[in-house]
Write a protein that binds this ligand. Structure first.
Ligand SMILES: Cc1ncc(COP(=O)(O)O)c(C=O)c1O
Length: 213
């Protein structure tokens, strides 16, 4: 009998690398006696944890602040005060010259990357498939299942510089990059990269920027 499940069902409920990883990590944590190195969790910085504690205590104590935070919808783009504070912060530190209109709040970068990859890569209204290019793999496993279309990703193998016994460094193979001749919607790198810890040099990032232009 023909399978009535939608493609989305199969895609959404099917196997994914990041699903498997998070399942493994969750079980390991629950088993208790584990030295967790983290699966890309946000860094636990005592001063930042203290800040969270203090702020949450303040919210619990004062008026209806907690009730509002838990119970009120914000606009789809995010809370206006948060967005204006965040755009001010980015302007102060990075000279971005942006306003709150440039900010979209998502519940984590996994979701942000899902949106970006599907907004920028995939089949356009002109019928042309524009891929998302990973100029250097290994890359973060969570990207692998992010696209709703088949074959939307293209990845290039790295060059490896051997630096003595048991030591090497990944580099982008720029010759291979120049030879890419399929339409691209965006290019994606993480820096540092999970899980290898590779960090692209500033030169490599500038080179990628030129390539994108
Ligand atoms: C490179 C990279 N991108 C995205 C994520 C997911 O981050 P978030 O928890 O913000 O969704 C991780 C988490 O480990 C990551 O390593």
């Amino acid at each position: 009998m023909a399978d009535k499940k939608t493609r989305f069902y199969k895609r959404y409920a099917g196997h994914s690398g990041i699903g498997e990883l998070m399942e493994d990590l969750g079980k390991a944590m629950a088993s208790g006696d584990m030295l967790m190195l983290g699966g890309g969790n946000p860094a636990s910085i005592p001063e930042v944890n203290q800040l969270w504690n203090d702020r949450l205590a303040e919210m619990v104590k004062e008026g209806d602040e907690l009730a509002r935070a838990l119970g009120n919808y914000d606009t789809p783009q995010g809370h206006h005060l948060f967005m204006s504070e965040l755009s001010d912060f980015l302007n102060r530190h990075f000279d971005f010259n942006i306003t709150e209109k440039n900010i979209a709040v998502t519940n984590g970068s996994q979701t942000a990357m899902f949106n970006l990859m599907n907004l920028l890569g995939g089949t356009g209204e002109d019928g042309i498939m524009r891929k998302i290019l990973f100029p250097l793999v290994p890359e973060y496993i969570g990207y692998a299942d992010q696209h709703l279309e088949q074959d939307a990703f293209l990845a290039l193998r790295p060059e490896m510089e051997f630096r003595g016994e048991h030591r090497f460094k990944y580099h982008i193979d720029f010759k291979a990059l120049e030879q890419v001749n399929v339409p691209l919607g965006a290019l994606c790198v993480s820096r540092p990269t999970n899980p290898t810890g590779n960090v692209l040099s500033d030169d490599e990032v500038n080179h990628l920027q030129d390539f994108c232009k």
